[in-house]
Design a binder for this molecule. Structure first.
Ligand code: GLU
Length: 467
């Protein structure tokens, strides 16, 4: 049988790292089994659903390459179909109108709780055959017996029917409720494997009972544990519960985010690095851990550096161009991006970090970092810097080797160590004490800009010693 999974987010909040991990596991399971992956937007809660949240789902999935084969389906466009199934359940005697007031339901629930029982509706209207379209409609849950969920992650979970309510499947305005829409969709879309967060485990026996009442195929279920924050507590906005697109904005690479996510709850020996094709080849939902896993931001950075170092420069050019645009940096004002990337990809953590650490090549700086200037732009280095300026100016072919020779020969001439000259040079041309190695820095900056800035550094020392 063709495996078919789905990702069914509700656009009531922005899709975050936890939601995307559910999507990834569903997607991997479908791809591993040469099956199909469906995207379904569960937007029936019209008050809380937003267009922005829908857009984040679509953009986030696309950014990460979690392609769908069917959909996106929107539940708000399927109301006629839900109505039809509700009618079918009424006609087959599996559902009934209920006129009990909210107060009454509340009262029996409270009573049950005082008696130490689970709060549940008592089935008062179950056999009254009420025919009133302005009431809620309840599903007639079986009274006895059990529902056994053979969950692929949680193992066998048994629910007693006596513990389950006759749940409401349609509100008094006729709109369907969550458990009904999910069941109809999973049935109509022929989902074979439901992979979702374990917060839905308690809904599963109810959904199975409705599916049975509709004589539908019961899918396999896999309920995956939540992701916790780095402190082992509930995920907060600060540590990843904001939009997944934030990771794109922060310059993380999709491959790194996917690799990071797949290892949150799934493993294969002690392997850490998984390319997407390796994940697809190796992934099995049965190997997903039953216990919750915590975010580890340092690991994401580590993975991102790995993918950054190994990425094709031409692809990085595209991403960096976008980031530069957002930062109002003009590429023509500095080195070619491929040359820049070749140097920076080995020493930065994310694309954003790379862009920020590259501003100096594209824009002149206004001021020197105070400590760096104090420490390195001092009168003792004035003469060596002047000599270095001339040596650099004389270079015909502006490349690392020639730049290095000019610095070495000047240092030798003044009998000072390379570093004693290199660091003042760095501060003069970058304004700070941090940049790629000095030969690369100067090469990327170009001869003209390097000389111009070095001259300014020399003037700065001279003016300072005068005052
Ligand atoms: N729409 C539900 C949610 O976002 C998921 C439903 C499901 O996967 O069955 O939590």
């Amino acid at each position: 049988m063709m495996i078919k999974t789905r990702f069914a987010p509700s656009p009531t909040g922005l899709l975050h790292i936890g939601g995307i991990r559910t999507a990834l596991f569903s997607w991997l399971y479908a791809r591993h089994n040469n099956g199909k992956f469906v995207l379904r937007i569960e937007d029936t809660d019209r008050e809380r659903s937003t267009d922005e949240a829908v857009q984040v789902i679509l953009d986030g999935m696309e950014w990460l390459g979690l392609t769908h084969d069917e959909g996106p389906f929107y539940q708000t466009q399927r109301f006629d179909r839900y109505r039809e199934v509700i009618q079918q359940l009424l006609e087959s005697g599996n559902a009934y109108h209920c006129t009990c007031s909210k107060e009454r339901v509340e009262q029996i629930r409270n009573q049950a709780m005082t008696n130490g029982k689970k709060p549940r509706y008592d089935g008062h209207c179950r056999s009254l055959n009420i025919d009133d379209s302005n009431t809620v409609i309840r599903f007639k849950n079986p009274i006895d017996g059990q529902v056994v969920v053979d969950d692929k992650v949680q193992g066998k979970v048994i629910f007693e029917n006596s513990e389950l309510d006759d749940l409401i499947i349609a509100r008094s305005d006729g709109t369907p409720t969550y458990n009904l829409t999910v069941v109809v969709d999973d049935m109509d879309m022929e989902i074979t494997d439901v992979i979702r967060g374990d917060d839905h485990l308690n809904n599963t026996p109810r959904q199975i009972n409705i599916l049975k009442a509709l004589s539908a195929q019961i899918p396999n279920y896999a309920h995956i544990p939540m992701i916790l924050g780095p402190d082992g507590k509930k995920l907060s906005k600060r540590d990843g519960a904001a939009s997944i697109l934030q990771y794109e904005d922060e310059g993380y690479m999709p491959e790194a985010v996917l690799n990071y996510l797949v290892r949150l709850g799934w493993s294969k020996g002690d392997q850490e690095i998984f390319s997407i094709s390796e994940m697809v080849a190796e992934f099995d939902i049965k190997d997903v851990n039953k216990s919750a896993s915590s975010l580890n931001p340092e690991k994401l950075i580590w993975l991102n550096q790995h993918y950054l170092k190994n990425a094709d420069n031409r692809l990085l050019v595209l991403s960096l161009t976008e980031i530069f645009k957002k930062m109002d940096l003009t590429i023509e004002d500095g080195p070619e991006l491929e040359a820049l990337i070749d140097v920076q990809k080995h020493r930065t953590e994310t694309l954003k970090d790379m862009a920020e650490q590259s501003v100096l090549f594209y824009q002149d700086f206004d001021e020197y970092a105070e400590n760096a200037a104090k420490k390195h732009l001092r009168p003792v280095i004035l003469e060596p810097l002047k000599a270095l300026h001339d040596a650099l100016k004389a270079i015909q072919d502006w490349n690392n080797a020639n730049i290095k020779t000019a610095i070495e020969e000047t240092a030798e001439k003044f009998e000072i160590k390379m570093g004693k000259l290199g660091q003042p040079l760095r501060v003069a041309v970058t304004g700070t004490g941090i940049s790629p190695n000095i030969d690369d820095t100067l090469r990327l900056l170009g001869q003209e800009k390097s000389l111009f800035r070095l001259r300014k550094g020399i003037d700065f020392i001279e003016n300072r010693s005068k005052s």
